[in-house]
Ligand binder design. Structure first.
Ligand SMILES: [Zn+2]
Length: 248
């Protein structure tokens, strides 16, 4: 989350100057207010699209809350549902509640024909098996955000038709597994993301992350694949537009 309105305007403007020509802002992770804020930002800016989702760190089965999320989904500014999934890393919310909330959102995405953005932290393949049980790869675009799993799991997802999104972590010295994923994932299945304000890529590591730094992540992945940055972003741009239905 960023601060004031003026702060957000400045963040968008710096990114536009750094060749970012469309934004997908993630509504989940800051409660209902976060999802509403994402929609408002999208209403205000033609080049911003929004997502709505109940993050696993906020998973709930409380009817009143769930109904409020569901009612937000009728906005045409929403291009995807998520982040949704499972998070077993220091998450006080019980696995049964996380699973129920995740499954419910898969059904919403299927009903509304919208892509699914996955947050999977330490589920040990459970997210994948729930998606398979509900045939989500067959019915919807599925995008794994901030993919930190193994190359082997990347191939399982890609073979099902899923997409992999790589954040700025890939530029960190000890991110060996993510570098290998970024090198091997088919270009037709690769996206890049900021996860801002977190996970700032080098050489800005330690500062607040912003979309204007996305080019560093792109350059890094292009370098380790031995291709030009435009060759890489031609694919990531195409994949992003395909999944979210963003016109050029
Ligand atoms: Zn996440």
């Amino acid at each position: 989350m960023y601060g004031s309105e003026a702060d957000i305007e400045a963040v968008l403007e710096r990114a536009r100057r750094a060749d970012v020509d469309h934004f997908v802002t993630i509504g989940s992770g800051s409660g209902l207010e976060g999802s509403k804020r994402a929609i408002q930002l999208s209403i205000k800016h033609r080049d911003v699209s929004a997502t709505v989702g109940i993050h696993p760190l906020e998973a709930t089965t409380e009817r009143g809350v769930i109904e409020q999320y569901r009612s937000l989904l009728d906005s045409h500014h929403i291009v995807a549902l998520g982040e949704m999934g499972l998070d077993y890393f220091r998450n006080p919310i019980a696995p049964e509640i996380q699973r129920a909330c995740f499954t419910l959102q898969i059904h919403w995405a299927q009903e509304l024909q919208r892509p699914i953005i996955i947050h999977d932290r330490e589920s040990k393949g459970e997210v994948f098996s729930i998606l398979c049980t509900h045939r989500a790869f067959e019915t919807n675009y599925v995008l794994y955000h901030c993919f930190t799993n193994s190359v082997q799991h990347m191939y399982e997802i890609v073979n099902k038709g899923g997409f992999i999104s790589i954040p700025g972590i890939v530029t960190f010295k000890n991110a060996h597994s993510m570098k290998e994923v970024a090198r091997k994932v088919p270009l037709e299945r690769l996206l890049i993301e900021t996860d801002s304000p977190f996970l700032t890529p080098k050489p800005h590591r330690g500062k607040r992350n912003e979309p204007c730094y996305l080019k560093h992540t792109a350059q890094y992945i292009a370098d380790i694949r031995g291709i030009g940055i435009h060759d890489l972003t031609r694919h990531t741009d195409r994949n992003t537009r395909l999944i979210f239905g963003i016109k050029s």
